[in-house]
Write a protein that binds this ligand. Structure first.
Ligand code: HEM
Length: 226
């Protein structure tokens, strides 16, 4: 039997760092999309903010419709936390923005429908892919979402943390920094092999691309940047 010489082990990078680093360029792209820039630059009216919030409703409804079925799943289950749920908050915001019949005739933009379809497919067939979508939305909302809230309050005069911006307010998460730390620990402990982790990273990139496509279509509806 040959003695095997010890191979130097590759430096270990936690999965939460891998996924954040891998999606960094697309994050910058989404952040700098002309629709987001115009919206947060105060160049667009509240109708654009409403249209954007409507698209979020389609996305979160799909994410959260799957929560019950995935709650006991060994891969996706640990991520499903009731304090993250946003559908009820979005419905309150939309009732504020559009009145009691805000839902009448509401249809998603084609890019939003494609995004929601992809989430639904992952939720049904691929729990680890669902985690990629979960991460892309909720960790973002707990982070940059707070910047969007502040701007929306100032630009369109919503009450601080009130109707119109409830989507951005996580009432039941007292310490978002600690919550995000725990969330990253869950990512680091994701019970799948390296190949599957790479697929999750790819799905996260796809999730960012789907978000950018929604911004692009919203930008076409509300052209401003020139
Ligand atoms: C104008 C729009 C946006 C702003 C200002 C913004 C800002 C930020 C900031 C400041 C962070 C860092 C927080 C931290 O280090 O803890 C962050 C993290 C994040 N954002 Fe955004 N963001 C925006 C749009 C988006 C979009 C469209 C998505 C995807 C749908 C997104 C997804 C994420 C994710 C997943 C993280 C967590 C990264 C990690 O720590 O793993 N963001 N964002």
């Amino acid at each position: 039997m040959e003695a095997s010489s010890p191979t130097p082990s590759a430096p270990f990078t936690p999965f939460s760092t891998v996924i954040r680093t891998a999606s960094h360029a697309q994050h910058t792209e989404a952040e700098n999309s002309s629709f987001m820039g115009d919206l947060l630059g105060g160049k667009l009216g509240v109708d654009a903010y409403r249209r954007y919030t409507e698209q979020l409703w389609f996305v979160y409804r799909t994410l959260e419709d799957a929560s019950g079925a995935l709650a006991g799943d060994p891969v996706a289950g640990p991520f499903i936390r009731p304090e993250l749920a946003r559908t009820a908050e979005l419905e309150r915001d939309l009732a504020h923005l559009g009145g009691p019949s805000w839902r009448a005739g509401l249809v998603p933009l084609p890019a939003t429908a494609a995004y929601a379809d992809r989430i639904a497919v992952c939720a049904r067939d691929w729990p680890a892919g669902y985690v990629a979508h979960h991460y892309t939305r909720y960790l973002g909302d707990l982070s940059g979402g707070q910047i969007i809230r502040g701007t929306a309050e100032k630009t369109w005069g919503f009450a601080r943390k009130g109707d119109g911006v409830r989507f951005y307010v996580f009432e039941e998460i007292a310490n978002p920094a600690a919550f995000k730390r725990e969330y990253r620990e869950l990512l680091d402990a994701l019970p799948v092999d390296d190949l599957e982790k790479q697929r999750v990273v790819d799905e996260c990139k796809r999730a960012f691309a789907l978000n950018s496509a929604v911004f692009r279509e919203l930008g076409e509806q509300f052209p401003m940047s020139a």
